[in-house]
Ligand binder design. Sequence first.
Ligand SMILES: Nc1ncnc2c1ncn2[C@@H]1O[C@H](COP(=O)(O)OP(=O)(O)OP(=O)(O)O)[C@@H](O)[C@H]1O
Length: 270
Amino acid sequence: MTSTLDHPTLVAPTSVSSTALRVTFQGVGRSFDGREVLRDVDLEVTPGEVVAILGPSGCGKSTLLRSVSGLDQPSAGRVLIDGTAVNGLDTRCAVAFQEPRLLPWQSVARNVSLGLPRGTDRASGSARVAELLELVELDAHRDLRPREISGGMAQRTSLARALARRPGVLLLDEPFGALDALTRLKMQDLLLDIHGAYPTTVLLVTHDVDEALQLADRIVVLGRPDDATAATVTQLLTVQGARPRIRNDEALGRMRSSLLASLGVDAHRH
Ligand SMILES: Nc1ncnc2c1ncn2[C@@H]1O[C@H](COP(=O)(O)OP(=O)(O)OP(=O)(O)O)[C@@H](O)[C@H]1O
């Protein structure tokens, strides 16, 4: 990778600003074909907060995230953004997935511009794209096509595209899950820089306990209590300490062990 992410000092472009929005889950439940996946999820995410969602595979993390963007509708309860119920695709949110989902025949810059709100005029659109490319350190690579860039660069393009519309809520579904370990750590640092420059509300689904501990203000654990058939919030933890956090900090280590145990993993083996 040819980026300068090894030097993560970032000067926030002054015009990158947004209104971070509150997200409220009220008794959210979801069943598919009569099979209950989620039940009674209640959670309040404050504006500008970073909340990580952990839980065993298939417990409904992505489904919960999709209910915020309107990509999926709960069968019970509701999701509110800034006090208004989500009803269909919600333009206050932007989503980034594990796969960057870039258009292969378009340049990096053009892919980012696809995230601009409809009706953005040409001049402010290209200024916005230039700002975002600088933010994710891709300004030197703006004319390359997706096949010419690394997985990490593609994921940075996807993040920039998600930020293009200045979302009040940024939804990240395993955004770094397909990246190698080193790129993943750099992307976590970059996400903190992005959040510093652009302090929107972030909901992050991850399988990685360390990633959650590094990035989140709070961690939500979804699970099925006492052999219940559906998952709900089984733990809600506040992560202490300003970010970036020291990765081998003792208190974080204790939290890590307890999270791994609650996910059914023996911390001594990992
Ligand atoms: N559109 C759908 N139709 C039917 N079943 C679905 C649909 N979407 C999700 N499911 C089911 O709901 C359950 C939860 O899926 P979801 O993808 O939300 O879990 P997850 O916790 O994100 O999983 P993973 O960690 O493996 O990504 C799974 O059993 C899945 O098969």
